[in-house]
Design a protein around this ligand. Structure first.
Ligand SMILES: C=C(O[C@H]1C=CC=C(C(=O)O)[C@@H]1O)C(=O)O
Length: 393
């Protein structure tokens, strides 16, 4: 079914990154701002069948060089693709600082955010996506795959280059919670988004992971919106989709923990557009020297963005998705020289490349999924970025 349409190109170009462009990552009330590029790290997080030792050593050595050059607690920032075998998009910035968020009304949003929209298309289109969902459902009935996350890319063609800063301001004003991010990419494009999902945060021995899976659209009327959340909490299909994620994260983390708390029931997490089933997993590591990047690479890609079991689901995705995801459903964040940091899942996002914006959204498919509902869900998820662009979903 794969058509080979290739829409991700960040690894293709040999590149001189513009040192003026800035990295942003927000978490809670805090904003991490970084600029200048001391050193780039493109080594894939996992190479061949190796565990990623080369990658971890490369990151460690780059941070050590920055330290030796006089930076007190250098950090590495950026994005890692969905497929850990692809090149990483990380760098050690010259400077970084933490600021307190300006609050909900921090950014003034001008009326005309984007240039004129000339055209838009979906890869795959509605019929193609629904066929892919149907294909996955049949596959579940005849294989060991239990879940696969299938996605679409919406490509928007504008009349002129897009002002990324203005788009980011609009996105941030409309979505005050979650992990807002802006990552300058080596080919001159920018990855921007607002993810609701924390893969892993680590500080000393303590860690938190907050997987999401199972979603429904929020409604404008208060009582109906509350009912939609309650219905999601009761949905067997969504609870199953969610449980596969939580159990896999628990299984992977357990050997490294002296303590791990996994609530036995999901709770609700709300974004501006969606309710999600959410489980906040917290624990203590046996070995505090384990870095947040090691933990992130241990867990990624979780069944929230790939499926279950991971390798079989990944194979199914490669077969039915007509594009390479690249950085979409990868991870974005930071890690300091002490190994502390946080990584969010790269969703509710897009890549701005001059006058073209590519938006991404996916949905977890299980045997009880319905193609129409899954298409509606990805459209709602696309709505976060479309709204920031001043466009309806
Ligand atoms: C893959 C996406 O969402 C994941 C995260 C939260 C809920 C999801 C779901 O309900 O399917 C997805 O697993 C996306 O937003 O593009």
């Amino acid at each position: 079914m794969a058509t080979g349409a290739r829409v991700m190109r960040h690894e293709d170009v040999a590149i001189q990154p513009d040192p003026k462009r800035k990295f942003l990552f927000t978490s809670g009330g805090n904003e991490l701002h970084a600029d200048g590029i001391r050193e780039r790290i493109a080594v894939p997080a996992r190479t061949g069948k190796t565990s990623g030792d080369l990658f971890q050593a490369t990151v460690g050595a780059a941070l050590e060089r920055a330290r030796n050059a006089g930076q007190e607690n250098p950090i590495v920032v950026g994005a890692i693709p969905f497929d850990l075998g692809e090149v990483s998009c990380l760098y050690v910035p010259e400077r970084h600082e933490w600021r307190t968020c300006k609050g909900p009304n921090g950014g003034a949003v001008s009326k005309r955010i984007m240039p004129e929209l000339l055209a838009q298309r979906s890869y795959p289109d509605e019929a193609g996506f629904k066929r892919a969902v149907q294909h996955a459902i049949v596959n579940f009935q005849h294989s060991d795959v239990r879940k696969a996350v299938l996605s679409v890319i919406r490509e928007l063609q504008f009349a002129e280059p897009v002002d990324v800063e203005r788009l980011m301001t609009s996105l941030r004003a409309q979505n005050t919670d979650g992990y807002q991010f802006q990552v300058p990419l080596p080919d001159g494009s920018e990855l921007i988004g607002v993810s609701p999902e924390l893969l892993i945060r680590k500080s000393g021995r303590s860690f938190t992971s907050n997987p999401l899976a199972g979603s429904t659209r929020r409604l404008p009327e208060l009582a109906a919106d509350k009912d939609a959340g309650t219905e999601l909490l009761r949905s067997e299909k969504d609870r199953y989709e969610h449980r596969l994620v939580v159990e896999d994260i628990h299984r992977l983390l357990q050997p490294y923990c002296s303590q791990i708390d996994v609530p036995d029931q999901p709770s609700l997490l709300g974004t501006a557009a969606l309710w999600h089933l959410s489980t906040r997993i917290e624990g203590q590591l046996n070995d505090p020297s384990m870095t947040v990047l090691q933990l992130a690479c241990l867990l990624h890609p979780t069944p929230a963005v790939c499926g279950y079991p991971t390798e079989l689901a990944h194979r199914l995705i490669r077969f039915v998705e007509p594009f390479e995801r690249g950085l979409f459903t990868g991870i974005v964040g930071w890690c300091d020289a002490e190994g502390n940091g946080e990584w969010a899942i790269t969703i509710r996002c897009g890549i701005v490349e001059r006058d073209v914006v590519r938006l991404f959204a996916g949905a977890g498919i299980v045997e009880a999924s319905q193609p129409d509902c899954e298409w509606a869900e990805v459209q709602t998820k696309l709505g976060t970025m479309l709204k920031a662009c001043g466009l309806a979903a």
